[in-house]
Ligand binder design. Sequence first.
Ligand SMILES: Cc1cc2nc3c(=O)[nH]c(=O)nc-3n(C[C@H](O)[C@H](O)[C@H](O)COP(=O)(O)OP(=O)(O)OC[C@H]3O[C@@H](n4cnc5c(N)ncnc54)[C@H](O)[C@@H]3O)c2cc1C
Length: 224
Amino acid sequence: MREAAGIPVKTTRYGQKALAFAVTHPVPHDNVSTEIHRSGGPFTLVPLPDYQGKPSSAVVWMERGPRAQELLALAPAEFEAEMTRRSCGLFGELTLASRRSIWPIISQSAARLDGERLALMAEAAHVVPPIGAQGLNMSLGDLRALLELAEARPEGLGDAMMLSAYHKARHAEIMLRLKGIDLLNRSSMLEARPLRDLRAIGLNALYSMAPVRRNLMQMGLGVK
Ligand SMILES: Cc1cc2nc3c(=O)[nH]c(=O)nc-3n(C[C@H](O)[C@H](O)[C@H](O)COP(=O)(O)OP(=O)(O)OC[C@H]3O[C@@H](n4cnc5c(N)ncnc54)[C@H](O)[C@@H]3O)c2cc1C
């Protein structure tokens, strides 16, 4: 639909891929999501309900493409040892509880969110690297904006005025989040030790400033 409407997109490729799978672990997650930043990309554990009587999490493990392919090809026991190491042992030994899937990581944004009788939302409108669980939040934001506009003027459902108001309501915020997540992703890929130290100092300074932390929380970036 986007292509048919002639709406261009801007795509950024990072050369990263994400492995996605479920694990069980001995240490409970207490319903807290944990993102571990070292190099190559973040390693994220998202809490799941217990699986076979054990604490369980969904994992998104981002790495540079060739490294991700290498990890995907490992036998389960070797893979489990690698992921336990990468998780810094925070939850004890991780055990694979699903198959592993692999995803290319991109950022993408549509130049406009509206066309003739067309509203673009969710990944048709914006794709972000899976950091800070933003994909679904941004998509729900699109849906809320569309519902509010439809309720405010039901007779105008799908007309140019409604669709252009939708674009105005969402586009700037989407671009802001895209830039924020792009920055977080680029900083999470840093390899060189001095740059990683700089990242740690920068992130600490950033997170210890109360107004900045509040803004990030409001943006739903889940920073504590
Ligand atoms: C590894 C990974 C981890 C993620 N983790 C998180 C997370 O923790 N939290 C979060 O909020 N977001 C996360 N996301 C992002 C989230 O998955 C997306 O934001 C969300 O799925 C986008 O929803 P969507 O409906 O736009 O697209 P999709 O979920 O991709 O749905 C599109 C659907 O359309 C179908 N389809 C495609 N073409 C056609 C066609 N021509 N005809 C009919 N059907 C078609 C597809 O089969 C698919 O079912 C993650 C993404 C990845 C890749």
